[in-house]
Design a protein around this ligand. Structure first.
Ligand code: PAF
Length: 291
């Protein structure tokens, strides 16, 4: 695996490859969930000659002023070892000065109806930061396909939308969420949890499964409507609060655009997803489950 820090070296390495790359952008501090995305990229590359390119870059633009940009773990040496083992060919790990040599005045601003809801409502500017860096990385890596985890469900949707509207010739592939044995979705931020919090953290995915079961039951009985959905969302929020969590949202939305389903759609079996974000102590976790 080649470890590359500059745009010039990245361009030289991708130009020398027989086919356009398959790309996995990350912020590093990698875990099995990321490595599964690399393996997926390896599969997509097949024997086409496409190199698997990963990036590790902690993107200041997507962090709010009170978020964890400064403390976000930077573990490049370990990340490089893990990526090598998972079948990555090129690791692009630019410095901030390399990727943002001047203040990034041009930004990619996603539409409010997609980017100002759910995560965007609680992290203003987050998806502008994500789209700006991902668009820039796409320009630099020029991949034919890119893999994003479904754990960041809304991010995956925003990126798909950006690629479609901007006419970028890149296939966007969603990678399944990997979970610990007790159900906790793997995340770099799990490392912030104390032992007690780690034991409690399982309750977030448990809350999603409770909603999933209740939606299935109400659907089966033909009584799933907007009021029933809201009652399930409220019950999940209340239950998390009782356990000491500070939930930002538990919402059941349409998979296709993350907006609420109409009563008619709920009855007709519209594909749904339950999304949640909640703080446990100082750590904010997100998760989702397709229903
Ligand atoms: O999902 C992430 O780790 C980041 O949002 C991404 C896509 C690498 C952009 O910085």
């Amino acid at each position: 695996m080649k470890l590359i820090h500059t745009i010039a070296d990245l361009r030289a390495a991708t130009a020398a490859a027989p086919a356009a790359p398959v790309f996995v952008p990350t912020m590093g501090n990698l875990h099995e969930g990321h490595l599964a995305l690399i393996r997926r990229a390896r599969e997509l590359a097949g024997d086409s000659g496409s190199p698997v390119v990963a990036s590790v870059f902690v993107n200041r633009l997507q962090f709010g002023p009170n978020e964890d940009f400064d403390t976000y773990p930077r573990t490049l040496e370990r990340d490089a070892e893990l990526l090598k083992g998972a079948g990555c060919d090129i690791l692009f790990a630019p410095s901030e000065a390399e990727l943002y040599p001047e203040p990034q005045g041009y930004k990619v601003v996603p539409p409010a109806e997609l980017a100002d809801i759910l995560e965007g409502a609680f992290r203003p500017g987050f998806f502008t930061g994500v789209c700006t860096v991902v668009h820039k990385l796409f320009n630099l890596v020029q991949p034919r396909a890119a893999v994003f985890g479904k754990k960041d469900y809304q991010q995956l949707m925003v990126i798909r939308n950006m690629v479609r509207q901007m006419g970028l010739p890149i296939e966007i592939v969603g990678g399944e969420t990997l979970r610990a044995e007790d159900g906790l979705a793997l995340s770099s931020r799990n490392g912030y949890l104390s032992a007690d919090e780690r034991a409690e953290a399982v309750q977030l995915s448990a809350a999603l499964r409770t909603v999933q079961a209740a939606v299935a039951e109400a659907r089966g009985a033909g009584r799933l409507d907007g009021t029933a959905v809201m009652a399930l969302e409220d019950a999940a929020m209340a239950s998390l609060r009782t356990r000491g969590w500070a939930p930002d949202y538990v919402l059941v939305r349409r998979q296709r655009d993350l907006l609420p389903a109409t009563d008619a759609e709920l009855v007709a079996g519209e594909p749904l997803v339950c999304l949640t974000a909640a703080k446990l102590g100082k750590t904010r976790l997100i998760d989702n489950l397709e229903l």
